[in-house]
Write a protein that binds this ligand. Structure first.
Ligand code: ADP
Ligand code: GN1
Ligand code: MG
Length: 352
């Protein structure tokens, strides 16, 4: 670690380095220096990102665009250069490391402490959408191929079932059947995209509540982080993934499914916050398909957790062997909750 840290041009000497955050993908460390300067050091997950250079090229381009939009957004992630002036470091073994300025005086939440926290995250992602509206989407690399292509995620699940690499198919039958019963439903959004009824935009694609930093005093949006998956996508992906994670009444890995509900209040609050920022830029079909985005992203994420469980937990970071199975169950429960609240969800979006 010391050799990695020394590569970067820090303000003062690094006196502490510790694992940090609850992300499922990268290795994240908090660094502090004897000048009381904080940084976030990350090793990219090269198993998840086959071409880390493409990821870094996107981030450099997107952050430099966002920095020109101080009229729309407050702060943008800032990469700290190496002593050679590069914006990331590649080790001899091909690992990619990067250093970010820590977003000071901020909070990062795994669940909203009040409906207003969730509203503020919606405003952050809505502003992010606006700030990238004039970014040349065709110049972005696809950092993970077919990331939100739900039918292709079902194909990956089929492969995982037939390979049964971890010998877990037998004990996951109920979940496998439940997801496949919804395969057609999961393909509706992709079908609309294919028919040209929905426009591709530059989207974040991983809009969890813990990928936005709020001001720790006034709790207003400060900075959208985790830009590894910024790529062309549908607005419904960004809206939907936020609802999936933040409008649930329980954690993604809650074992007691009784506790997992869709909060209609949080759905309403997020919809209002998000649309207050980007309503005028969206087409009617985009707005109408936001609830479908929530259901599709939840279904898709459940499929991804189950696939990883069957593959032996090779993608998402896990703390125990059934965590991905438990995660996929909460997603299934949330999809059922969305079925129950479907009319209400659509009504909330329509009355805007
Ligand atoms: P992952 O892809 O693994 O989710 P993230 O980039 O989201 O990685 O980082 C993991 C966590 O580290 C975030 O949820 C947040 O708590 C913290 N974090 C990341 N970047 C910053 C930053 N620039 N300032 C403060 N905290 C950060
Ligand atoms: C991962 O990186 P993180 O923890 O913010 C994943 C998302 C999933 C999410 C589920 C690159 O997000 O797609 O929705 O876990 N990111 C990647 O919690 O796969
Ligand atoms: Mg993250």
């Amino acid at each position: 670690m010391e050799n990695i840290i020394r590569v970067f041009y820090t303000d003062g000497q690094v006196i502490n380095c510790a694992r940090y955050g609850n992300g499922h993908i990268n290795e994240t460390y908090l660094l502090s220096t004897n000048h009381s300067h904080l940084y976030i050091l990350q090793k990219l997950n090269k198993n998840v990102f086959p071409d880390c250079e493409c990821v870094m090229d996107n981030i450099i381009a997107v952050t430099s665009h966002l920095k020109k939009k101080s009229n729309i957004i407050k702060q943008t992630l800032t990469l700290v250069p190496t002593r050679n002036g590069d914006l990331y470091y590649v080790t001899e073994t091909g690992d990619f490391w990067r250093l970010y300025e820590f977003v000071n005086n901020s909070i990062c939440l795994d669940s909203p402490e009040s409906p207003d926290d969730f509203r503020q995250s919606a405003i952050a992602y809505g502003q992010f959408q606006n700030a990238l509206a004039d970014f040349p989407a065709e110049t972005l690399n696809e950092t993970i191929s077919r990331f939100h292509d739900t039918p292709s995620r079902f194909e990956q699940l089929k492969c995982a079932v037939s390979e049964d690499r971890a010998g877990r198919v037998k004990t996951s039958r109920r979940e496998i059947d439940a997801f496949f019963a919804r395969e057609q439903e999961g393909a509706i959004l992709a079908g609309l995209l294919q028919k040209g009824e929905l426009p591709l935009r530059v989207t974040h694609n991983d809009t969890k509540l813990n990928n936005v930093m709020l001001d720790d005093v006034n709790r207003k949006p400060l900075c959208v982080i985790d830009l590894d998956t910024v790529m062309p996508g549908l607005v419904a992906y960004d809206f939907g993934d936020s609802i999936r994670f933040g409008a649930s009444t329980a954690a993604e890995d809650e074992q007691d499914l009784e506790k997992v509900r869709l909060s209609i209040e949080l759905f309403q609050v997020y919809s209002a916050g998000f649309l207050s920022e980007c309503y005028s830029n969206l087409t009617t079909v985009e707005i109408e398909t936001l609830p479908l985005g929530a259901k599709t992203m939840t279904l898709e994420c459940g499929v991804r957790f189950l696939t990883d469980h069957l593959n032996g937990d090779i993608y998402f970071r896990t703390a125990y062997p059934t965590q991905n199975l438990i995660r996929c169950r909460t997603q299934l429960k949330l999809v059922e909750e969305m079925d129950k609240n479907w009319q209400e969800m659509n009504h909330i979006i329509q009355i805007r």
